[in-house]
Design a protein. Structure first.
Length: 257
């Protein structure tokens, strides 16, 4: 992908800048919307599960627990929702000129990642406010971020390509994202799940990523290396398969779209 996009890097930056302007131009609070969505979800989950239902989580703040899960989830879901119609909505470009088609869904991944980084800064501020000690295990956040981006990119490329051929993919994506939300430990801890279901949940790479983002930041613990190796291998294989499929079928996008 890097080799294909290198000659078109300026076009990719133009698409990212265009999406940034579309999203935040003529808005009252501008880029603060990147913080508002995860913060509002965090407050909602904290109120429902912490105040109304009075569920018990681990020995740290509800707000930290839910914000750590909401941040990667909003990045993934936002990028996926953008990507599914990204190619079909830009049919006038796809049918007229050639460029690597993955540029369009990748611009959505990039703009949502920018939003994620803004939210991540707020998360670090919250960790400081709650006096969570800074440990070397924070560095594990970097490979987890890389895994999140690669996995999200793979899903986005798949959804964007399939929607060119089957427009009902857009409708199915709504259900799939809702399903993945409950299959990802955003509002619960994987430790609270029965052992019979843990292996099933870990088939979803987001489960490993979200759970360990909490683990290395709030709890200050390291990642289990054999789990990291398995999940990383699975994400890389998934990316290779999806990207090869994308490259093969993109030749017909202009005729089908």
């Amino acid at each position: 992908m890097i080799r294909r996009l290198y000659l078109y890097k300026d076009l990719l930056l133009v698409f990212i800048w265009r999406e940034f302007l579309i999203r935040y131009k003529q808005t009252a609070i501008g880029i603060l919307w990147a913080i508002l969505q995860p913060v509002s979800l965090m407050l909602l989950f904290s109120f429902i599960f912490g105040v109304v239902l009075q569920t018990t989580q681990k020995n740290y703040s509800y707000t930290l627990f839910y914000f750590a899960g909401v941040l990667p989830w909003t990045f993934f879901s936002g990028a996926a929702n953008f990507a599914v119609t990204s190619l079909s909505c830009n049919f006038n470009l796809v049918t007229k000129i050639y460029f690597p088609r993955e540029i369009i869904p990748l611009s959505g991944v990039a703009i949502n990642f920018i939003d994620y980084l803004i939210g991540l800064l707020l998360y670090f501020v919250m960790l400081a406010i709650y006096k969570v000690p800074l440990t070397w295990n924070f560095l594990w956040l970097l490979p987890l971020l890389a895994m999140l981006v690669v996995y999200t990119t793979s899903v986005c490329l798949l959804l964007a390509a399939l929607n060119v051929y089957y427009r009902d993919v857009k409708l199915a994506t709504t259900f799939i994202i809702q399903f993945l939300f409950f299959a990802t430990p955003v509002i619960y801890s994987i430790d609270a799940v029965d052992n019979r279901w843990k292996m099933l949940l870990f088939l979803n790479p987001l489960t490993f990523i979200v759970e360990n983002m909490r683990r290395v930041t709030i709890e200050g613990r390291a990642i289990v290396l054999w789990q990291l190796g398995l999940e990383l291998l699975g994400i890389i294989v998934l990316y290779i398969i999806i990207y090869r499929i994308f490259i093969r079928i993109e030749r017909a996008f202009a005729d089908v779209i």
